[in-house]
Design a protein around this ligand. Structure first.
Ligand code: WT7
Length: 654
């Protein structure tokens, strides 16, 4: 059994949960009257324009509806409603790559959001329900754009700035976006990089839905302007009024789409709601991050991912907090950048990913000791299982053994945290997400709903709908039902399956064991192996390919591709040189099709893949080979059992 660390009570003053009794009490309240308890929080936390009539409508399950009939507005919840009490409080503290700073108060944020909202309406004819694709760096205008969309009821779809033109284009077309908001570019490690040329490339063909492009100036580099299509944000904003009435939004009106990887080649447009989403974003800020009025909170994610949506912008602002937004990278100018910022801004909650923790540990294990990090109260981690050595370094060296670590387990689809310690209450174990949050009915079961035995792996399911859950996959309801409600049942009723495996210890602690599907987790980013495979297949010499995750020191998992070439025999003359050249070409295709985040770490050119007689690729064998594990699978059902040995010797010899 692993070590247990009691929470450091001295660092907390009146937290939402003081001990596990309070946790159990609320969990029991939810179990006794699930809907009424959610209703109580919804009434308390959301400033409704019109109260809801029904808490939960299950009549069209799994298309659940929450707080039906209620009218509200997420931008009002995040900004306007704070103006009475917090107008001069910092809402966003921005620090640029070069160290430049901008502090935006709630009053200033309201001013900018309203002007931007009016600009979208008046200049770009954006109406309620229209989709706006946002391809932006980590600058305050990204948050302002999100909130401006929310204010007028437009649905934003942020595409991470690391995605290629091709990936951006696919997402624009799928969402039928009317407007793209971007920037000239931004700065990274002291050097300008560009975004607008990627948008130009994406819009070359097939994006007739896009009428206008709005460009924020950030790095001042030269860009090309397409007359009648491209407009300067900085110019147009000058003429807009700073008054803008919020659109009356229905609880269930979509707030945003965010594309994420699944087990097919096509990314899924995860659709989130307004009221349920913002409710849980705000509640988890209060519960998991113990956000207090004088706190300064910093999450290092990018707004292009769900963590950036919920825990840089929506959650902190709904809770009336001060949120730090950072344009740069944790290792520039050196591995002390984050610790320096924590000292300077007196950060109370720091939230990052295991991949960053491992990198900072490796590059500067002694760096944290050089700074005053005593303001820290909570350290958060998210995105992938964190390994005990990284956890320990984070706990001891960054937190000085005085902070609570919240290992938060959740997904793009869950909208907010599902399983996490409560910082002042939960005794924590290294690398363990601990217990479901109150209100979240997370269970580890088999496909029929039977709870798995202690210490046995099972499916991580959420067996009751919750307010911030995914509502649909944009334009593909069938895939929504199949992807999330197709695998597991409880009491004969389909329940939400996360795609992750998990197990429970004797004392009910939950450990997430990782994905059970063909999704890999590279540096905390979800990558569909099918997406990478379909990019690789675009190379004219590739006959077949299978991609698997391979354990990686920093990234958690790296991408490993098994590739079968066409006309293998003719390649043999100068095979090594050819393979090197081919690897480069293939990675170039991946970069163009998806982006640098999907580049293969390793490729093995093999004579064939292990296929069953019915043609199914046995990926488990391929996974075992890259991990250097003994092959325990039955290979006798393979079309050619000898292929396993051949592949093994190629991979091991490499
Ligand atoms: C997948 C979701 C949630 C925001 C960032 C990623 C893995 C996430 C943890 C954790 C173990 C984790 C799961 C999940 N994951 N947090 N604390 N411990 N695994 O969002 O891209 O939707 O990925 O990340 O495998 O399914 P995402």
């Amino acid at each position: 059994m692993s070590e247990i660390f009691e929470p450091k009570k001295s660092r907390f003053n009146n937290p939402a949960f003081k001990n596990m009794c309070e946790y159990n009490d609320l969990m029991n309240e939810f179990k006794e009257d699930y809907e009424a308890t959610w209703g109580r929080f919804a009434s308390e936390k959301i400033e409704w324009f019109k109260p809801y009539d029904t808490i939960l409508d299950e009549s069209n399950a799994p298309f659940y509806k929450w707080f039906v009939g209620g009218k509200m507005n997420v931008a009002h919840q995040c900004v306007d409603r704070h103006l009475d009490t917090k107008k001069n409080k910092a809402a966003i503290i921005f620090e640029g790559d070069n160290g430049d700073q901008r502090i935006i108060t709630y009053r200033e944020l309201a001013y900018e959001v309203n002007k931007t909202a009016n600009m979208f309406k008046n200049q770009f004819d954006i109406k309620k329900g229209d989709r706006v694709v946002v391809y932006m760096p980590m600058i305050p205008e990204a948050a302002i754009t999100m909130l401006a969309c929310a204010k007028i009821g437009a649905i934003h779809s942020i595409v991470f700035g690391g995605f290629s033109a091709e990936a951006l284009k696919d997402r624009i077309i799928d969402a039928e976006a009317k407007l793209v908001v971007t920037a000239d570019g931004a700065f990274r490690k002291g050097t300008p990089y560009m975004l607008k040329p990627v948008v130009d490339e994406a819009l070359k063909t097939g994006c007739e839905c896009v009428k206008k492009v709005c460009i924020v100036e950030r790095n001042g580099e030269d860009i090309t302007w397409v007359a009648g299509r491209d407009y300067s944000y900085n110019e147009l904003i000058k003429y807009e009024s700073s008054k803008c009435e919020p659109e009356m939004m229905d609880s269930e009106d979509p707030l945003f789409l965010l594309y994420t990887s699944g087990s097919t080649g096509k990314p899924k447009g995860v659709q989130h709601s307004s009221a349920g989403y913002i409710l849980w974003a705000q509640m988890t800020m209060e519960w998991v991050f113990d956000i207090k009025d004088n706190d300064t909170y910093w999450c290092t994610a990018d707004v292009g991912w769900i963590t950036g949506h919920t825990y840089i912008v929506y959650g902190p602002l709904a809770a009336g907090a001060t949120t730090v937004m950072f344009e740069g990278v944790p290792t520039f100018p050196d591995a002390g950048r984050c610790w320096k910022m924590i000292e300077e801004y007196k950060i109370n909650q720091f939230y990052t990913a295991p991949t960053a923790i491992r990198m900072l540990h490796k590059m500067g294990a002694d760096e944290p000791a050089k700074y005053d990090l005593s303001s820290l109260r909570i350290l958060g981690t998210v995105g992938e299982p964190i390994d005990p050595p990284a956890w320990k370094w984070y706990y001891e060296e960054v937190g000085g053994s005085q902070c609570s670590i919240v290992d938060t387990y959740w997904q793009t689809e869950t909208g907010g945290h599902m399983i996490s310690p409560l910082p002042a209450a939960t005794p924590i174990k290294p690398a363990c997400a601990t217990f479901p949050l109150p209100g979240i009915m997370a269970e580890i079961i088999d496909a029929d709903g039977t709870p798995t035995e202690i210490g046995e792996k099972g499916f991580m399911c959420i067996t009751k709908p919750w307010p911030s859950m995914i509502r649909n996959i944009w334009g593909d309801s069938e895939r929504f039902v199949k992807s999330y409600f197709g695998d597991c049942k409880k009491d004969g009723k389909p329940v939400y399956f996360t795609g992750d495996g998990a197990m429970m210890s004797e004392d009910k602690y939950i450990t997430i064991t990782g994905r059970t599907d063909d999704v890999i987790n590279v540096s905390g980013h979800r990558m569909g192996t099918a997406e990478v495979e379909s990019a690789i297949k675009k190379h004219p010499n590739v006959a077949a390919v299978a991609v698997v995750g391979k354990p990686h020191d920093i990234k958690g998992e790296g991408i490993f591709a098994y590739i079968v070439l066409k006309a293998v025999a003719t390649q043999e003359a100068d095979q090594t040189a050819d393979e090197l050249e081919l690897s480069k070409e293939i990675n170039k295709i991946i970069k163009n099709e998806i982006g640098a985040i999907a580049l293969c770490d390793e490729m093995a050119f093999v004579p064939d893949l292990p296929k069953t007689r019915s043609g199914k690729i046995m990926r488990r064998i391929l996974r075992s080979i890259v991990k250097g594990e003994a092959i325990t699978q039955d290979t006798s059902t393979l079309e050619d059992p000898s292929i396993v040995g051949k592949i093994e010797s190629i991979v091991r010899g490499a």
